[in-house]
Ligand binder design. Sequence first.
Ligand code: TPP
Ligand code: MG
Length: 710
Amino acid sequence: MASNLDTREAGRTRADDHFPVSHTGVGPPRRAPDGRRPLRIDSAHEPLTGLPRFPERLSCEEFCCAAYSVMAYSRRMEQRLLELFRKGYVKGTVTSSAGNEATAVGMAMPFRPGRDVVSLLHRDFASHLLWGATPRDLVCQYLANADSPTHAREGNVHHGDAAQRRFPMISHLGKMLSLVVGGTWAARNNGEDVFGLTVVGDGGSSTGEFHESLNVASVHNVPVIFLVQNNHYSFSTPTADQYKCKHLSDRAAGYGISGRTIDGLDPWTVYTAVCDALDAMHDDPAPVLIECMTLRLQGHAAYDKADYIPPDLLRQWQQRDPVSVTRQRLRDEFDVAERELIEVEDAIDDQINRIVTESLKVARPKAETHGWSVYADSSPAAVKPVKIARAKNGDAVNRALDFILANNPESLLLGLDVGTYGSAFKTCKGLLECYGRDRVIDMPICEPATIGFALGASQTAKRPIVEFQFADFSTEAVTQLGLNAGTWYFRTGEPAPLLLRLPCGGGLTMGGFHSGEFEGLWSRFPGLKLLYPATPQETFEALLAGFYDNNPCLIFEHKLLYWSTAGPIDFDGNLDAVWRPRRYTEGSDLTLVAVGAMVHEAITAAAESDRSIEVWNPFVLQPLQLAPIIASVMKTGRLMVVQECGATQGLGDTIISSIVRARGDVLRCLPKLVAAPDVPVPFAPELETHYRPSAEKILAAVTDMFRETG
Ligand SMILES: Cc1ncc(C[n+]2csc(CCOP(=O)(O)OP(=O)(O)O)c2C)c(N)n1
Ligand SMILES: [Mg+2]
């Protein structure tokens, strides 16, 4: 699949793009033949990705020399970005790494870019350089110009290179941790010797997903370093208001893993701790928690003067500035001459000047020619035909999952109780026995981290399927699914093939927390596709089409239909043809549109009515495809939509307004929406029956419609 962010190829190999640290290119950057140290700028402009990585280790001198130039580069570049922000060239804001550079360099240096999996944070400018970003990329990203690596679709720190396993962060703290766990797990499951690094601040460590991700990584033995950058503040909130334990690394015990707190102001300490952790994880795959005590020498972001930090404390911190301290160490311990350091710093400044001057000349993005699609292409595909004489909806789910798992070794099924129990509604029965625990995986109760895990795995060559035990619990994962997975392709240019299964709907006396549908909620997120089948044939088709699509696809499976509706399955294998509305009856008086279990109520109503009613199911709820239904309305001149949920919760009003906006002129009367009242699904059967629309209520609405208009 070609990336839509094609600037990755454009202009990135030019010498100026590369970070100016030289080394001999083979082995550690020991002194070059001419006696120069690795911190010297080389006119050949070797990329930083050439530095020796795990399992090699640099000596303290080699490391400190290389580390200082990256730290100085980061500091100077960010100062420049702040200037550009104040002049209005940089958009958004700048969250300075000042005080965090030692940690950012020490933690990133041992890893292998393009192989290990990482997600970096907003104070990790130096780590991006070490992980393959070019300074020019980063400047263009901040300027949001036409060469921005995110095509100016995202700003400042929200960048990375998903294809190279450097997952771009979203703002929501804690949300990238589980992606690294999933990406690392998947790559290792594919036989790769891979590790993960994921970063969180002292503030971010209070999020639920910090806990969820550590727990999942521990349960599944995923060798990821969870690195906490504890800089004493979360925006204006000091750590005293953030947590009560002595060290955040103390929490490791709760996950049965090792944890330590180290001095994050000394790059060598961080480097050796990370190398030691990699050695340990190599022998015994398990996550490790490392808390680096760092500083934030400036406000949270460009707009923040940090006047809530006591001035004395800030002065003490400035004495410990890791860039100055490391510089001094080079002079004191390794006899680096002041002249040599100045030469390096001047060369850094020269390069930054050149890059900034050039980047300011880059064109602004053009809205007219911008590729606006939120969806990755899915090449037309066909699978072998399938015929099943008779199946219930629940069987159709089971057979479709079996088909997918049997024919796609990269597929895996995740969820609560999907393994041994065969899922709460038994739709996954027998799959564990056939495909094993590596492919049918019972997860801890953590919907957000499960979606994050699946999204990460989708970036390292898996095609995950996730079952929410009930659609109601999908609300737990709104950020991960709606904002992270849904926007993934738009932001990164990489597809995020995920199949999400949502057993939904009422009629089973399960009350407000186990009976919701939620297609209205999920339709609010661009980048997701929604399918709502109503028959075994449609269920089978929807699951296959959703699986083979390159985007996150949500399949609504009405629970009431699982074991109450039966029919044949005869699928010719044409996946493209699946994406269309379905018609059940032909008619000339009224177009009756229904989704989910309401399809069956609508079919019953049509059969009992003395009017000629054409019943349709849009089936594809996002992106809505209404052309055949509009054609039907042009024939009948009347439109009624039925949905099981409350009027403001579903897509009925959207369907009506889309049709009216397209061909309202053909309507002989006002369209009608038959929906539940706008209340939570009530529990008692008498109340729920009253709440849910039914064939009788549809018939009454049909009678009203014709009585009113003739
Ligand atoms: C879930 C969430 N809530 C609120 C914010 C707004 N926010 C952005 S950064 C930040 C402070 C983060 O502090 P910390 O995790 O300690 O990282 P630091 O900025 O100190 O490096 C906050 C509250 C957010 N990004 N995500
Ligand atoms: Mg902090």
